[in-house]
Design a protein around this ligand. Sequence first.
Ligand SMILES: [Zn+2]
Ligand SMILES: [Zn+2]
Ligand SMILES: [Zn+2]
Ligand SMILES: [Zn+2]
Ligand SMILES: [Zn+2]
Ligand SMILES: [Zn+2]
Ligand SMILES: [Zn+2]
Length: 364
Amino acid sequence: MRKIPFLIFAFILFLALAIQAAPSCSYCGKTIDGRYVKFEDGSIYCIDCIQTKIKCSFCNKPSKSTITIDDKPICRQCLTRLEHCSFCDKPLVGKYESFPDLKLNICLKCSQAVSRCDFCGKPDNKLIRADKRRICRSCYNQSDFCHTCRTPIEGEYLWFDGDESKKYCQRCVNHYTKCASCGAPSGGNSQRLEDHRVLCQDCYRAGYFDPGQIGLIKRKILAFLDSYFGMNLKHKIRYSLQGQDFIKNKSDAIGGDLNGLFYRENDKFEIYVLYGLREKDLYQVISHEIAHAWASENCRANLTLEEAEGFAQWVAYYSLIQFGYSNFGETLVDGDNVYARGLRMMLEIEKNGGHKAIFRSLAK
Ligand SMILES: [Zn+2]
Ligand SMILES: [Zn+2]
Ligand SMILES: [Zn+2]
Ligand SMILES: [Zn+2]
Ligand SMILES: [Zn+2]
Ligand SMILES: [Zn+2]
Ligand SMILES: [Zn+2]
């Protein structure tokens, strides 16, 4: 029991003697017989050198050759360990700004002078100019570009009409009139139509302005409705392209569909289609209006607005899927208007009883 404490004591004594045996000052080389300072790395300095020699302001050791930067003496060893400013290459002695992820260190002087990326704030003197902003290469490479202003989009992008391949920046959305067809910012090359609608360049180019162009679409829809739902019309329909004002005037206050209108006067059936629509709008609006025409022959006269518009949208929904526009078709389901509510109601009926349940619920 007593032997162990004695052994430890003897070992400590031996160590103390060994250290005291021959310490010499790392600066002046003299053997130290008085007080000294020992540093973490084991180096020892006599108290005289500590008190009188120039000391490195980083490691605090007396040093024979120091370099002075910003009024601070630095020993050569510390100098090699110091970070350097990524811009002016000066060793960084005082406070400095650091971006560890980017391996960037900047002295305060450069920090104030250098330009910064408008997106990430990173200092960079090779920024790319885009519109009125300056952007670093990495932000530029990672960016989505606005379809309207063609510049990198900062933060979240917006998209319209179910088409996420065309991205838009918030600034363009705020700045430009909405395109009457796709809802996106119409941009600098927009077109104003005779009836005052504004279309973006893409929608204008894709627009149908010639009545002859809709003949094929309407025939394809009629054939599809016949084969898929067994819907046949007894009356012949006259189709024409019209402006917005004409369609608004013809529609009664309740049931006006902005892109088209089914108009019946006894045995005279007319479908008015807004001019300048895109192909997918035409598939939607023509099948919707044909459904109204069919309903006027086959359904009870007391359909609610929701039933009438819901049925027409339901027919349009399937036409869009049939003709390759299912993404657009899905956009009809969302929203809080009579069309979307009616369509959701029809899809619900269909879920329980199939197509037939819908036709039954509307029958005379
Ligand atoms: Zn000394
Ligand atoms: Zn030092
Ligand atoms: Zn600098
Ligand atoms: Zn950046
Ligand atoms: Zn933009
Ligand atoms: Zn558009
Ligand atoms: Zn309708």
